[in-house]
Every structure is written in structure tokens, then in C-alpha cells.
Design a protein around this ligand. Structure first.
Ligand code: GDP
Ligand code: GDP
Length: 438
């Protein structure tokens, strides 16, 4: 499984969000001692030992302290368990085993998912002493951890990941076909769009047979190029489920299909514009290093004035800052307007995503960029000397710059800007990193 979903469940205040932040590699977060704080992100990509996963924090909605296990939290917890591949069940060693823990344990057990029980706050003696009480929950020996101090987490993850097969890194750089993910909020027109461009020629293929959630792909061709639209079954999935659940499911679906694709079509409703969820997906696209095109769908519903498109573009650029490199195309899945253009765009961004610039060509430019704007040394420090640069990998392009000392992040952004100006990288994120050399 190339992208397992890890759900962190447990009572309020046991340290779920602290653990979540640790798993996604974010240190200082919006963790506050008082309950009821809404967090900004409830799911994010994490990496551990070369394996990427989606961490889901169920701690977002918490009720009043005197009602530590209200129905809202319970619903969130059940939903998260259902959608996960691995359940991290977190408890609080300081408070000890409480009836609410048993209640959560029952739900977790019924799901028949692999459950890993961890007792948090084991940086305190109190927690260490109560550790074994938790064996009574029936998930075997609990893992003692301290989410705050980062101890015990390696053991926990090692055990957890041993339970999901690793089919390795996905090979996205296949020359024969381009893998495309279609993502966006509910009702923006994802399934209408896929129906429109694939229509009758849809050939359904199950990409990974035998998994619980078979991703169904659709294949099609334009000219001599084959395109694989990933997870199209998920896109058409319907049913009577609550809004909150639809949003949650589309997020997980988006994350999963982004992981399986090389190019992501992020669809936005023209009558509405980007929202919070789009910004989260955008961030994920960049973190995963995928190429991207933003499609503004339902263009037929807009009153046409000459400036309409420019205004939309400005709005999208402001709200989706992570995707400043992505081309924006207005389409209508209903009338078919400009839908066919998407194929040419996909082809182009894929070419840039896979582009390799020779070391010689690159260094001719790097010399100029550095001369025009040399890196700062910081206070009392010697100015870094830039030796040379080379492209370490493609898809996405990764440029490594060798220097006598490491310049800061702003300088990496400067180099990225120069790269984009002097070469064409539209539609693809670029990674720039520095390495020290004597
Ligand atoms: P959530 O409601 O389950 O998401 O819990 P939080 O992550 O917000 O943490 C609740 C409280 O427990 C905060 O005050 C944290 O600082 C504290 N906490 C979290 N992890 C640890 C830990 O490993 N040790 C100790 N001593 N406190 C912790
Ligand atoms: P999904 O949830 O993102 O897959 O969205 P759907 O494809 O189910 O579309 C949601 C609604 O928007 C449906 O009623 C569609 O008929 C409508 N819709 C989709 N694309 C367009 C479009 O380009 N123009 C208009 N006017 N309506 C559209």
C-alpha cells in the first residue's frame, strides 16, 4: 500500500494533536492546554523511513471539559477509524484508564482494523506506573510514548508499518502513459469533467487488485499519448452521507489519488472560488512534488465580461499561494468548452516535470544569478561561496547547489525564481537545496 491512512484516536487531551504534529514533522503547533481549540489541519502527509502516509487527527472538535466524550467526537472517531488503514489509539497515562477509553476501544475493535495502543505522557512517573493497566483494553502490550518529547514513537511506527505491505515508491516517470488525478471539493464537477473527457471510451482498470479499496482507473488516448485517470471510481462515488463526511472522504480520496498521479487537475467552482480545502490540497500537491493544473469549472455560469478571467486568476493566486506555478484554465464540463485543451496542457506540464537541464547549461546561468545577487553571510559570518549546481533528479526537478556554507531559505526561493525565469518550469514544483562542500 503506497499511501496508508493513519488515524489517531483517543479521548480529548490525551495528546493526539501533539502526536499528529510530531508525525507530520511540525514542531510548534496550535496545541493549547485548554480543550476546545480548533486546529487548522486535521490531516497531513507524513514521512517515516521512506514511507509516506496520511496522518489524520481526530482531535479537531472537542466539547466542554465536563463532557469529555460527546457525540460529535464519537462520530469523528468512528469516521476516522472507518477510513483508516492503521489505527493509533492514544491514551493518557497521567489520567489513567477511564471508561471513555473502553468505549473507544470497543469501536476500534469492531472495525477489525489493525489497532496500536499507545500510552502517552510516559515522560512522567505517574504514566509509567499506570502503563500496564491499559493492557486490559485487549490490544496487547501498550506502547509507552511521549508525544511531547518524541520518545517511543519509533517503536510504535515500526510495529504499525509492519502491518501494511510496502509496495515501494510509485514509479510515476513512466514514459508510456501520464497518470492524472482529478481532485477538488464535493460538487465542483469532478465526475462531470471525467465523464466529459473520457466519455464512452472509458476503459476501467483496477490498478491494485486485492486491496480493500481497489482504485479504479480510466484510460484514454489523445494522439500518440495515453492518459490514465486514477481513482475514477472514487470520483463517481455517491450515496446519502452527511456533508461533513463527504468533505472528509473527498479529502482522503484527493490525498490518495495525488499520491498515485504525476499530474493533478485541481478543479475549482467558478461561481465560488478556492476555499480552505483547496488550499490544503494545494499544499499537499506541492509537498508530494506533483505537477498541477488548476481548472476553473462551470465557466458557462459566469456572466462574461472581459475581465472575468483575470479576476478569477487573481483570486486563485491569492488564495492558493502554494500553486503559483500552476497554469489556470477555465472550462465547462457541461458544455465541453475548452475541455479538450486540458490534454495538451497535461502533456506540457508533464514535459516540464520530467525536464532535465544539463549541468553545463545550468551553471552558465547560476554564475549570473549569483553575481547579480550574492547570498548574505548573516551577522558576523562569511559570505557563502557558491561553487556549482546540478540537477539531482526529475519529477519534480531537484536542483542541488554546492556552497562553502549554507545560505538560508530566502536564497533557495531566489534561485527558484531565477530558474523559472530563465527556463520553463510551468506546472511543476521545483526543489532547491544546498549542500556544503569544503
Ligand atoms: P488532544 O486533545 O488529544 O489533541 O491533546 P493535545 O495534543 O492538545 O494535548 C493535550 C495536553 O497534553 C497538552 O497540554 C499537551 O501539552 C499535553 N501533552 C501532550 N503530549 C504530552 C506528553 O508526551 N507528555 C506530557 N507530560 N504532556 C503531554
Ligand atoms: P463532483 O462532486 O465534483 O464529482 O461534481 P459533479 O460532477 O457531480 O457535479 C456537481 C453538479 O455540478 C452537478 O449537478 C453537475 O451537473 C454540475 N456541473 C458540473 N460541471 C458543470 C459545468 O461545467 N457547468 C454547470 N453549469 N454545471 C456543472
Amino acid at each position: 500500500m503506497s499511501f496508508p491512512v493513519l488515524a489517531i484516536i483517543g479521548r480529548p487531551n490525551v495528546g493526539k494533536s501533539t502526536l499528529f504534529n510530531r508525525l507530520i514533522g511540525r514542531r510548534k503547533a496550535i496545541v493549547r492546554p485548554e480543550p476546545g481549540v480548533t486546529r487548522d489541519r486535521h490531516h497531513a502527509r507524513g514521512e517515516w523511513n521512506d514511507r509516506s502516509f496520511l496522518a489524520v487527527d481526530t482531535g479537531g472538535i472537542s466539547g466542554p471539559a465536563e463532557d469529555p466524550f460527546n457525540p460529535l467526537i464519537l462520530r469523528q472517531t468512528i469516521l476516522a477509524i472507518e477510513e483508516s488503514d492503521i489505527v493509533l489509539f492514544l491514551t493518557d497515562g497521567i489520567e489513567g484508564l477511564l471508561p471513555a477509553d473502553r468505549q473507544i476501544a470497543d469501536h476500534a475493535r469492531r472495525s477489525q482494523k489493525p489497532v496500536f495502543l499507545a500510552v502517552n505522557k510516559c515522560d512522567t512517573n505517574r504514566a509509567k506506573e499506570s502503563l500496564w493497566d491499559f493492557s486490559a483494553l485487549g490490544f496487547g502490550d501498550p506502547f509507552p510514548i511521549s508525544a511531547e518529547h518524541g520518545t517511543g514513537i519509533e517503536n510504535l511506527l515500526e510495529a504499525a508499518f509492519a502491518r501494511v505491505p510496502n509496495d515501494g515508491k510509485l514509479e510515476v516517470e513512466s514514459e508510456e502513459e501520464i497518470r492524472v488525478a482529478v481532485v477538488g471539493r464535493p460538487n465542483v464537477g469532478k465526475s462531470s469533467f471525467v465523464n466529459r473527457i473520457i466519455g464512452k471510451e472509458r476503459a476501467l482498470v483496477s490498478a491494485v487488485p486485492g486491496t480493500t479499496r481497489d482504485p479504479i482507473d480510466s484510460l484514454c488516448r489523445r494522439g500518440d499519448q495515453a492518459y490514465r485517470f486514477v481513482d475514477t471510481a472514487g470520483i463517481r462515488k455517491r450515496g446519502k452521507i452527511g456533508d461533513e463526511k463527504v468533505e472528509f472522504l473527498s479529502m482522503i480520496m484527493a490525498y490518495r489519488s495525488i499520491e498515485r498521479a504525476e499530474v493533478v487537475l485541481l478543479i475549482i467552482d467558478a461561481t465560488d472560488g478556492p476555499r480552505m480545502m483547496d488550499a490544503q490540497i494545494a499544499r499537499h500537491i506541492v509537498e508530494s512534488g506533483r505537477a498541477c493544473i488548476v481548472l476553473v469549472n462551470k465557466w458557462d455560469l459566469l456572466e462574461k465580461e472581459t475581465r472575468t478571467f483575470d479576476e478569477k486568476v487573481t483570486d486563485i493566486r491569492e488564495k492558493l499561494v502554494h500553486l503559483d506555478f500552476a497554469p489556470i484554465l477555465s472550462v465547462s464540463a457541461l458544455t465541453g468548452q475548452r475541455c479538450e485543451h486540458v490534454f495538451e496542457d497535461i502533456r506540457q506540464v508533464t514535459a516540464f516535470h520530467r525536464q532535465r537541464i544539463s549541468t553545463r547549461k545550468l551553471n552558465l546561468r547560476v554564475e549570473k544569478w549569483v553575481a547579480a545577487h550574492p547570498p548574505h553571510g548573516g551577522r558576523n559570518k562569511k559570505r557563502p561561496k557558491i561553487y556549482y549546481a546540478t540537477q539531482a533528479s526529475t519529477a519534480p526537478p531537484h536542483i542541488v547547489v554546492f556552497a562553502s556554507r549554507l545560505p538560508g531559505k530566502p536564497y533557495a526561493r531566489y534561485i527558484e525564481r531565477c530558474l523559472r525565469e530563465d527556463f520553463d518550469f510551468s506546472g511543476t514544483p521545483i526543489r532547491v537545496s544546498f549542500r556544503k562542500r569544503e
